[in-house]
Write a protein that binds this ligand. Structure first.
Ligand SMILES: [Zn+2]
Ligand SMILES: [Zn+2]
Ligand SMILES: [Zn+2]
Length: 557
């Protein structure tokens, strides 16, 4: 059963009692209901429905008031924080008031517009935090949960971990970035735990083993120190018919602390017989099965965090440059900061403080009419990942990569060629973002001259060239290494996403596909030059071998 009823305040209530493909259903658009009541007495069934129909990840239900049956009160576990109340009657005063409260709070925070489909973990976190802010749920309490990956969890966040909305690494990066910005703060330290260095899970088995052979069949035994003769040997050597007698001086031992003590424990390996004072501690991860030395485990502080006032403003704001796609990448710079960086590098170069060349790679996409298209979040994310050690920016329909190449191995030309090769590879790796008829291109700019032309150089950053160094056409077989979503909303220059973008329909794509493609661009000669270099090295090596042989023959004479 799924139906819509008006409540006494003329709000439209979506009622359902079983799973329903609400997101895909054209009969229930977002605007025809204001709140959701799930009327089912089964905890499992209600949780199952909430996995897709919930106020965080569902586009149609985003931030809307959610209620479940009265009988489920206290039974919803981790899902409890997704629920605004337990009522069987949508005209119950409590339910009526709660619906109004949430709708009003949403307007106050100006979070009334429809949210996009979530395509990245960061976008998910922003969505969840907005939901929490609307509910005035600013404190993220931790609970111990033996079914969770990290042991300590914020239940509402963990629900979505289990549903696959983010990875642990993505969560840690997001929390760190929120802390650095002052959007959340720690109100209480709970514990420091240690995680598997490979998968960041906390379910570790600790194994004491022999440092020589690694076997964990080891016995521990106390060592006895006899004061009178200074003998120090394991306890069993003192065993004399149930009493303690020194194996060296044969005196009986009576009082610990007076004639002997037990200063240490020794281990003996059952497998190799090795005796040792300190066993090797290892941790076996029950999730990824990796065995790690305990020293290499990742320490993680578990804190209770609270969303700050600044956080509330930033997270609910669409325009402060809190870029939900690019926030992940440490190497992303907003364009004005990117330009400042290039200016600074130019000053350093022209005053001789840095050697080498300052390069800026530019990547852009042309549509079938050879016009540049708006920057895409997906392309930017791909480039950030491809150039982890370079600063990356996006503006003017261009994605930028800054590189400083210094005369390594005495071959500056090769260093520049290597940057070009990387750019060529990067546009190939990113080709999956193309739509039919599109082409992805790159070129690069090299800062030259004496410093008087820096303004010209910075100005030229805005433009693309008609003759890129390399270009790749749309290929329907290009593989997207990340997501399965094919809509890619354009990015504004501040890194936020254009909400009013509408993805082209199949029909539009078909039409644009019929426009003749621009002339294919020549491929760069970069890879061939690499081959020549290898040939040179081989030739040089052969020559050296010949010379050594000649000397050897001379010496033999
Ligand atoms: Zn003794
Ligand atoms: Zn051993
Ligand atoms: Zn692991």
């Amino acid at each position: 059963m799924i139906t819509i009823q008006n409540n006494e305040h003329e709000r439209k209530i979506l009622l359902l009692d079983s799973p329903f493909p609400l997101e895909e259903s054209p009969d229930f658009p977002e605007y025809i209901f204001d709140a959701v009541f799930i009327l089912n007495d089964s905890v499992d069934m209600t949780q199952n429905i909430l996995n897709t129909i919930n106020p965080v990840t569902s586009v149609k239900c985003c931030y809307k008031p959610f209620f479940v049956s009265r009988s489920l009160e206290g039974k919803m576990g981790e899902y409890a924080d997704l629920i605004d109340g337990y009522f069987d009657d949508w005209n119950d005063v409590g339910a009526l008031n709660k619906v109004e409260d949430i709708i009003n709070r949403r307007s106050e925070l100006k979070l009334t517009s429809i949210e996009d489909k979530i395509v990245s973990a960061n976008q998910f976190f922003v969505r969840l935090f907005r939901f929490l802010i609307i509910r005035d749920h600013l404190k993220l309490d931790l609970e111990l949960d033996n079914t969770s990956a990290t042991g300590y969890v914020v239940p509402i966040i963990n629900v979505f971990y289990k549903l696959g909305w983010y990875t642990l690494g993505e969560l840690f990066v997001f929390i760190q970035s929120m802390l650095e910005k002052g959007y959340i703060r720690s109100t209480q330290f709970v514990n420091r735990i240690y995680l598997c260095p490979k998968c960041l899970h906390s379910h570790l088995l600790y194994i004491e083993s022999c440092p020589k052979c690694g076997n964990s069949m080891i016995q521990s035994e106390e060592v006895i120190h006899h004061f009178r003769c200074a003998n120090i040997t394991p306890e069993h050597t003192y065993n004399f018919g149930g009493q303690l007698r020194c194996p060296k001086c044969h005196q009986m031992l009576h009082h610990i602390g007076v004639d002997y003590d037990r200063p240490a424990t020794v281990f003996t390996c059952d497998s190799c017989g090795n005796s040792f004072l300190q066993a090797k501690m290892q941790a076996v991860c029950s999730n990824c099965h990796t065995t790690s030395d305990v020293k290499s485990l990742v320490p993680q502080n578990c804190n209770i965090y609270e969303i700050t006032k600044e956080g509330v403003i930033a997270i609910t704001s669409l325009n402060i440059g809190f870029s939900i796609y690019t926030e992940f990448y440490d190497n992303f710079l907003e364009f004005d900061r990117f330009v400042n960086r290039i200016r600074l590098l130019a000053e350093q170069k022209f005053t001789g403080r840095i050697a080498g060349d300052v390069l800026v790679g530019k990547i852009w996409i042309l549509d079938a009419t050879a016009a540049t298209v708006a920057n895409r979040a997906e392309l930017l994310a791909q480039i950030c990942k491809y150039f982890p050690n370079n600063k990356v920016s996006a503006a003017n329909n261009i994605t930028y990569i800054n590189d400083i190449v210094t005369d390594y191995k005495g071959d500056q030309e090769q260093a520049i060629l290597d940057f070009q090769i990387l750019l060529s590879e990067a546009i190939r790796a990113a080709a999956y973002v193309l739509k039919p008829g599109e082409q992805i291109c790159y070129t690069y700019m090299k800062l030259e001259g004496d410093g008087s032309n820096i303004d010209q150089f910075l100005n030229d950053l805005q433009f693309v060239t008609a003759t890129p160094d390399d270009a790749v056409d749309y290929n329907p077989e290009a593989i997207n290494p990340n997501a399965t979503d094919d809509t890619s909303a354009p990015l504004r220059d501040d890194g936020t996403v254009d909400e009013f973008y509408h993805a082209p329909t199949a029909e539009e794509l078909r039409v644009s596909n019929e426009v003749p493609l621009p002339e294919p661009k020549p491929q760069p000669e970069v890879p061939q030059q690499r081959k020549f270099n290898v040939l040179y090295i081989l030739l040089a090596a052969l020559t050296i071998v010949a010379i050594i042989l000649a000397i050897f023959i001379l010496l033999m004479k």
